[in-house]
Design a protein around this ligand. Structure first.
Ligand code: GLU
Length: 302
C-alpha cells in the first residue's frame, strides 16, 4: 500500500493547471494550486500519509456528511419527506429543480438539501456549532479542528444563491428556522478546517459499520452507515457522481476547498486534497488519485 500511494503521489506531483481553485468564496482563492496530500487509514489502525497532509484546508461540503451523520440517529423516516435520496443531475447550488419539485431538495448533499439538514438539526441541537466541532474532533481523534471565521463570514456575506435556496424552501413550507440563523450555521460548518490525516480518520466510522474505531463508540447504526455510504456513492460528487463511481468505485464526498474523502466499507478511508476544481466543483487531481488508488490496489466496492 505504501509503495503504491508513493508512486501515485510522485506521478501526480506536478499535475496542475487542469482546473481552477474556487474563488466564489474569496479566501479560498488564496490557497496555492499545488497543494497535494493523501492520507489513508485502515480499520486495523494502519495509517499512510504523504504530501501536505499536516496542512489544514476548508472542508466545505464534506461537512454535509458529518451533519447528516449527527441527524440520522435523532430522526426517523419523516426526514425523507423533506429531502430526497436521488442524484440531482444539476449543479450543487441550482435553484431550477427546487422550484419545480416544490421545495424538496433531491438529496442531502446538494446545498439545498444540506440547508434542510442544518435546519432540522438546529431544532434538535440548539448548540449545534459547538456540538459539531466536538463530533468532528472525537471522530478525528484530534482537538485541533475549528471553523475558519474569515471564510464563514465571507460566505455568509456573499452567499446570495444559498440564501435564495433557503427562502425558496421556506416559501414551500420546507424550512422552519430563520434563514439568516440557519445559513450562518451552515457557513460555519462549511468553513471547518481539517487536514487529510484528520479527515481520513474522521470518516473511518463509515468503513466500520458506523463505529468509531478509535473508541468503539457507535456513531450511527449499521443501517444508517449503509445508507450514508449509498448517498455518498450516488450523490457525493454532485453531477459527477456517476463518473466518480465508474472511475473510482468508492462512496465519496467532495468539497470546493479541494478535498475528497472516500471509504471502502470493511477496509479503509482515504482523504485527498488538491485545490484545483473541474467544472462540477470537484478536485481534478483528487479524482485522478482515487481512480489510480483503487485500480492499482485492486480494491473498490465493486
Ligand atoms: N459552502 C459551499 C457552498 O455552499 C459548499 C460547496 C461545496 O463544497 O461543494 O457553496
Amino acid at each position: 500500500m505504501k509503495t503504491i500511494i508513493k508512486s501515485i503521489y510522485d506521478n501526480y506531483r506536478n499535475f496542475t493547471g487542469a482546473g481552477k481553485v474556487a474563488d466564489y468564496i474569496a479566501p479560498l482563492a488564496n490557497v496555492s494550486a499545488d497543494k497535494y496530500a493523501i492520507s489513508v487509514c485502515t480499520i486495523e489502525g494502519e495509517k499512510y500519509n504523504i504530501g501536505d497532509y499536516k496542512e489544514k484546508f476548508s472542508i466545505q461540503s464534506i461537512s454535509k456528511v458529518l451533519t447528516l451523520a449527527m441527524l440520522a440517529p435523532l430522526t426517523g423516516e419523516e426526514l425523507w419527506e423533506c429531502v430526497g435520496k436521488e442524484p440531482s443531475g444539476s449543479p450543487f447550488n441550482s435553484l431550477v429543480q427546487l422550484e419545480y419539485e416544490k421545495g424538496i431538495p433531491r438529496n442531502p448533499f446538494i446545498n439545498a438539501g444540506a440547508l434542510v439538514i442544518t435546519d432540522k438539526l438546529l431544532q434538535k441541537v440548539p448548540d449545534l456549532n459547538n456540538r459539531l466541532l466536538e463530533f468532528a474532533r472525537s471522530l478525528a481523534g484530534s482537538n485541533d479542528i475549528d471553523f475558519n471565521k474569515e471564510i464563514a463570514d465571507n460566505e455568509y456575506r456573499t452567499g446570495e444563491r444559498n440564501k435564495a435556496l433557503a427562502h425558496l424552501m421556506k416559501s414551500f413550507g420546507n424550512f422552519n428556522g430563520k434563514v439568516s440563523h440557519v445559513f450562518r450555521t451552515y457557513c460555519n460548518h462549511c468553513s471547518m478546517e481539517m487536514n487529510t490525516e484528520q479527515l481520513a480518520q474522521a470518516f473511518l466510522f463509515l468503513a466500520n459499520k458506523g463505529i468509531n474505531p478509535l473508541n468503539g463508540e457507535q456513531i450511527v447504526g449499521y443501517r444508517d452507515s449503509k445508507r450514508i455510504n449509498a448517498l455518498m456513492l450516488t450523490c457525493g460528487l454532485y453531477d459527477e457522481s456517476g463518473d466518480f463511481a465508474y472511475r473510482v468505485g468508492m462512496p465519496g464526498k467532495s468539497g470546493v476547498g479541494g478535498g475528497i474523502v472516500a471509504v471502502i466499507p470493511g477496509k479503509l478511508s482515504i482523504a485527498v486534497w488538491s485545490p484545483e476544481l473541474n467544472k462540477y466543483g470537484n478536485s481534478c487531481r483528487g479524482i485522478a488519485t482515487l481512480a489510480d488508488f483503487t485500480t492499482e490496489l485492486g480494491i473498490s466496492i465493486f
